[in-house]
Design a protein around this ligand. Structure first.
Ligand SMILES: [Zn+2]
Length: 337
């Protein structure tokens, strides 16, 4: 059994393994550019973030029914559990699905049923943080907020902000995030993956981010790094994703060790595991090779988790019961290129 992990940044639509993707497409009458495991794996070689988003939209187009959403959620809970996950916050982008004709209720019922079943079947605690889509029309934004808030009692704990970071800066979403907060949801935008440090500042000041997805470009401004440390803002870092979409040139050059050293709380996640040829074990192995100990990621994950205090206390007890000292000390020698 692997050591316990908390994962806060995983897109559930992006957890579909090639075989599942193929069978999902067949079931829903969607034609994919490839219909074999290797053919699909070939599609997962990205030239940049825009190319990745294109492929990601193709993958999500295969998901249509409440059963699809329930199943990917339960399947991922089982997979992540095998890598030690005890708590997961899953992301989904409902508007992308609604634009293809799927009903809001179908999407929300499917994912919310999924986290309930994940707890029953795998004992994995999950919450959901749907992404608001940056290019939503005002009407689409109204509906996005309405449904996220309406399903609060069923495990929706916050809203994020996804895709097209450079074209649509945070200041456009002040009102949307204010309404989300008034509806009892927390703020977990993607910021500082591709966007500049100013976008991270605006996510903090204008969107009142409780946590940041990525946030790695903060490393470019020492004052901002200091501010993140002082605020105790958790960054959800996804090592292999950053390299695969080219926002970081190589694992050796990833800013994670510097952020951790500066005292910024960083959790570790997979983002879209099969699309980046990764899983939680791999992410932690890479972090270990960069000289980082898993206990710090658990602490950061716990600090950033948006669940209730009772669940947090349970997650703290899991940490305290585990003998972290038995783990091998990180080498500090990058092992993967
Ligand atoms: Zn993401």
């Amino acid at each position: 059994m692997s050591y316990p992990k908390i994962e806060l940044h995983v897109h559930l639509e992006g957890t579909l393994r090639p075989e599942m993707l193929i069978s999902c497409a067949q079931r829903n009458g969607v034609t994919l550019p490839a219909d074999t495991h290797d053919g699909i794996a070939d599609l997962f070689h990205f030239t940049d973030l825009a190319h990745f988003i294109d492929v990601w939209l193709m993958v999500t187009s295969c998901l249509r029914t409440a059963e699809d959403f329930r199943r990917i959620t339960v399947d991922y809970a089982g997979e992540a559990k095998a890598h030690g996950a005890v708590y997961i916050e899953g992301i989904f982008a409902p508007l992308q699905l609604v634009r293809r004709g799927v009903a809001w209720e179908t999407i929300y019922e499917g994912f919310c049923d999924g986290i309930e079943e994940a707890r029953e079947v795998h004992g994995t605690e999950m919450r959901l943080t749907p992404d608001l889509t940056r290019n939503a029309t005002p009407e689409e934004m109204d509906e996005s907020l309405h449904y996220a808030i309406a399903y609060r009692e069923r495990g929706i704990v916050g809203v994020g902000l996804g895709a097209f970071e450079l074209e649509y800066p945070p200041n456009l979403y002040v009102d949307a995030f204010r309404r989300a907060r008034e509806g009892g949801l927390r703020s977990v935008p993607h910021a500082g993956e591709l966007g500049p440090p100013d976008a991270i500042r605006d996510a903090l000041d204008l969107l009142h981010a409780d946590r940041l997805r990525h946030g790695i470009r903060s490393i470019e401004e020492p004052d901002l790094v200091q501010e993140l440390k002082e605020r105790g803002t958790v960054l959800d870092v996804c090592l292999l994703s950053n390299v695969h979409v080219g926002v970081v040139p190589s694992l050796e050059e990833h800013p994670l060790p510097k952020l951790v050293e500066a005292g910024v709380l960083c959790s570790l996640s997979t983002d879209d595991p099969p699309m980046f040829d990764t899983d939680l074990t791999k992410e932690y192995e890479v972090a270990h090779s960069l000289g980082l100990h898993p206990r710090a990621f658990y602490d950061a994950g716990l600090s950033g988790a948006l669940c209730d205090e009772t669940t947090k206390a349970r997650l703290a007890a899991i940490r305290d019961a585990y003998d972290w000292s038995a783990l091998e000390a990180p080498s500090g020698q990058p092992a993967l290129g």
